[in-house]
Ligand binder design. Structure first.
Ligand SMILES: *Cc1c(COP(=O)(O)O)cnc(C)c1O
Length: 237
């Protein structure tokens, strides 16, 4: 990776940090309450490292970035090269039950849980240290999207929260693929309402992971506590 490419990542990251801060302030929220997760799929370890290092210049009061991978194979391939940064990894894509052990070796949170069966498998393997999980909800109903329906979310969340070695920390969604911001925003509002219902029974389940490069503003307006950003930081995949 050359110096120009490194600088480009740093500039884009700073721009995303600004967008997050501006969106939080516009919504009357504390920018420190919105965590930035870098969705690093397809990006090589040196590019991810450049972003994490550039983020060391972030403003005081903001937490460091999280890293998210969709595929466990990719996580396992890159994570060893990045251990010196001590990043916090989240799994943000569908997880097959035969990849649970590999995922648990690196990830501290699996955001994409959509079945109790997977939860049970993770709970068995997580051991006493436990694992943070989120329920992925398909708020748009688009058939290509992973996740349970909004109607199924509550039962799955309560089921996961009852497992011995899992901590249900919140809900995750991928927003509607629509040019109409009202449609996108309505889906994010739905996730927030579901979170409010679930958190009434599971106090730790407060996280809302929603918003990506193209739509982090409406997500933050609706209460996102984690935004997952890839292309706006790393460039087009
Ligand atoms: C790729 C990805 C993102 C980031 O998408 P961008 O449009 O590149 O910001 C967020 N969440 C998930 C689950 C992803 O797969």
């Amino acid at each position: 990776m050359d110096e120009d490419a490194r600088r480009a990542v740093a500039v884009r990251l700073q721009h995303v940090r600004r967008r997050v801060t501006d969106a939080a302030l516009a919504a009357g929220r504390d920018p420190g309450d919105v965590r930035l997760l870098l969705a690093s799929k397809t990006m090589p370890a040196d590019v991810i490292e450049a972003a994490v290092r550039a983020d060391e210049d972030r403003e005081a009061g903001l937490d460091r970035v999280l890293l998210g991978e969709n595929r466990v194979q990719e996580l396992v391939a890159k994570a060893p090269a990045l251990v010196s940064l001590a990043p916090t990894w989240h799994v943000i894509g569908p997880l097959q039950s035969n990849k649970v052990n590999a995922a648990l070796r690196w990830a501290s949170c699996v955001e994409s849980v959509a079945s109790l069966e997977l939860g049970q498998r993770m709970s068995e393997r997580a051991g006493p240290a436990g694992l943070d999980v989120m329920v992925q909800v398909n708020v748009s109903g688009e058939p290509t999207k992973h996740g349970v329906t909004p109607d199924e979310a509550r039962d799955l969340a309560l089921g996961l929260a009852a497992l011995p070695h899992l901590r249900l920390v919140g809900l995750m969604t991928i927003g509607a693929n629509s040019p109409d911001e009202r449609v996108v925003r309505r889906g994010y509002a739905r996730l927030r309402e579901l979170r409010d219902e679930i958190a009434a029974g599971v106090p730790g389940a407060s996280a809302l992971s929603m918003g990506m490069s193209r739509d982090l503003e409406p997500a933050i307006a609706e209460g996102a506590t984690v935004v997952r950003v890839g292309s706006a930081v790393f460039g087009a995949r």
